[in-house]
Design a protein around this ligand. Structure first.
Ligand SMILES: *[C@@H]1O[C@H](CO)[C@@H](O)[C@H](O)[C@H]1NC(C)=O
Ligand SMILES: *[C@@H]1O[C@H](CO)[C@@H](O)[C@H](O)[C@H]1NC(C)=O
Length: 128
């Protein structure tokens, strides 16, 4: 019987898509180890733009900086208990005394827990 059992297990492993094992291992880990970030297709989406503006405003508050949101350059999101955003934001730095104060890119991670009405700036770095 053990031989048949192992053969059966072997067949199951061969036939199941990887994603099922991924989900099982993620469920046991509790937290996602594998990146499940998805690119945001519409960077003009008002919700996503608002998240970007929030990140800049929050950063200005925390770092006493004077960045001005210009536009979103790139964005990814992933959903778990809420939604996490990884946004590349073009912003002008009012403290930058260069003649051509061109927007530069900053990378912000924001976590949004809508059920708690709670948005949190996880990290903000740049210019990159
Ligand atoms: C992207 O979002 C903006 C603002 O919500 C909307 O006006 C526009 O039609 C959207 N574009 C696409 C391609 O869905
Ligand atoms: C966020 O996106 C930037 C730019 O694509 C990337 O360099 C960075 O590793 C990403 N951060 C996370 C936490 O995924």
């Amino acid at each position: 019987m053990p031989t048949n059992f192992h053969f059966l297990l072997f067949i199951i492993i061969i036939l199941l898509p990887d994603s099922i094992f991924l989900k099982i291992s993620l469920a046991s880990e509790g937290e996602s180890l594998v990146s499940d970030w998805r690119p945001i297709k519409n960077l003009s989406d008002t919700k996503v733009v608002d998240v970007g503006k929030f990140a800049v405003a929050r950063q200005n508050f925390e770092a006493k900086s004077r960045l001005f949101f210009d536009e979103l350059v790139y964005g990814e999101m992933k959903s778990r208990t809420g939604t996490d955003y990884n946004l590349t934001i073009a912003a002008r730095d009012d403290g930058n005394t260069d003649d051509d104060n061109e927007p530069r890119n900053y990378v912000a991670i924001v976590s949004d827990r809508q059920f708690q009405d709670f948005m949190h700036l996880v990290s903000f770095r740049g210019p990159v």
